[in-house]
Ligand binder design. Structure first.
Ligand code: AMP
Ligand code: MG
Length: 337
């Protein structure tokens, strides 16, 4: 009897040790930071294949930037499209199809045909300036005219129009990262690509807490904390890139394609949360242009939620108050009017 007890105890110890070893293998976290898409990328991936996943994600984001989405890298497909009617890959056709749909669903508030406008204003560069009306008209009048020719696998570009995927590339990178992490059965992935963050908590027992930046504060100051179980979170804000003219007028980098001027919808920032990074990123830009009321049908269409911060420092959200906590006294909770 005594011997049987000893054997059982030994078996229990072995099982416990195996569980501890397995758990520590599955809880292995790989982290990385690097620069891509003109921004900082950071990865924290947990799982038995975390190192492999982190390496694949790094390579994939760099490939996406250099070979597909960049409009300045001479090796990218978008560069080729902007410089002639190049044949494009099925991968890019798929992405552009989604972006054309969002352009239409947003009533044109989101439009990747704004590259000429972006260059004209030069916001964030040494050449930032307020263009004259004729220049703005020329850069905007055909911006919705780009079309995909599915037969020849080319993109038709109207005269003077070029594509700029700056509003959506970082979110697309989050989608690719999510696919790799899920194929490699990772437990938890946090991938931040500039203003878009993938939070995948497949094996996580608690919710993620996401700090929402105080638009009028420093880069590390938050005004609210959002609790979510996962998804992609993208923020567009007028504090990211802007310039002031000699009269103190401030111009930021998110344009209303219908006017050609920086969007003026009474907002300082919009944070959008949904399953897909491409959609959260595109929608954060679109909602910034549309303003709160006009954003609602678009958010519903894509099953997305948003946190808007107005110029009056009101925080207005489609999340319930259980999910959102205001952490900075100078901001107040508002309601959709
Ligand atoms: P985001 O910070 O994601 O809102 O993206 C802003 C960037 O997207 C800008 O710097 C421009 O390159 C580009 N952009 C500006 N306005 C628009 C717009 N209305 N639709 C699509 N892209 C835009
Ligand atoms: Mg965006």
């Amino acid at each position: 009897m005594k011997k049987k007890g000893v054997v059982l105890a030994a078996v229990a110890v072995v099982i416990l040790a195996a569980v501890i070893v397995c758990d520590s293998l599955f809880s292995k976290t790989a982290s990385d930071t690097f620069l891509a898409m003109s921004t900082a990328v950071s990865l924290d991936i947990t799982g038995i294949s975390s190192e492999k996943a982190a390496e694949q994600i790094r390579q994939e984001i760099i490939r996406l930037d250099e070979k597909l989405l960049s409009r300045t890298n001479g090796n990218s497909e978008i560069y080729a499209v902007n410089n002639g009617e190049a044949k494009i890959s099925d991968e890019l056709i798929l992405l552009l199809t989604v972006l054309k749909e969002i352009e239409q669903e947003s009533g044109g508030a989101f439009c990747i045909g704004v590259a000429q406008l972006t260059d004209l204003w030069g916001i964030g560069t040494e050449n930032a300036r307020v263009p004259d009306e004729a220049e703005i008209k020329a850069a905007t009048e055909n911006c919705y005219g780009w079309t995909i020719d599915y037969g020849s696998k080319t993109v038709h570009m109207p005269e003077g129009i070029k594509l700029d995927l700056g509003a959506v590339g970082k979110g697309i990178a989050c989608d690719y990262a999510c696919k790799i992490a899920s194929d490699l059965k990772c437990r938890e992935s946090v991938v931040a690509v500039g203003g878009s963050v993938l939070l995948d908590g497949t094996g996580k027992k608690t919710a993620f807490k996401v700090g929402i930046r105080a638009p009028l504060g420093e880069a590390n100051e938050y005004c609210a904390v959002l609790e979510i179980t996962g998804g992609c979170v993208s923020t567009s804000g007028n504090y990211e890139r802007f310039f002031e003219d000699e009269n103190g007028n401030r111009y930021h980098h998110i344009f209303d394609p219908s006017t050609g001027y920086p969007a003026d919808s009474g907002l300082l920032s919009v944070t959008v949360v949904t399953e897909s990074g491409a959609i959260s990123d595109a929608l954060s830009t679109a909602c910034f242009v549309l303003g709160i009321e006009k954003s609602m049908p678009l958010l519903q269409r894509y099953n997305a939620n948003a946190v808007f911060i107005t110029e009056d420092k009101e925080i207005i959200s489609t999340f319930t108050s259980d999910n959102l906590e205001i952490t900075n006294d100078s901001y107040t909770l508002g309601e959709v009017k």
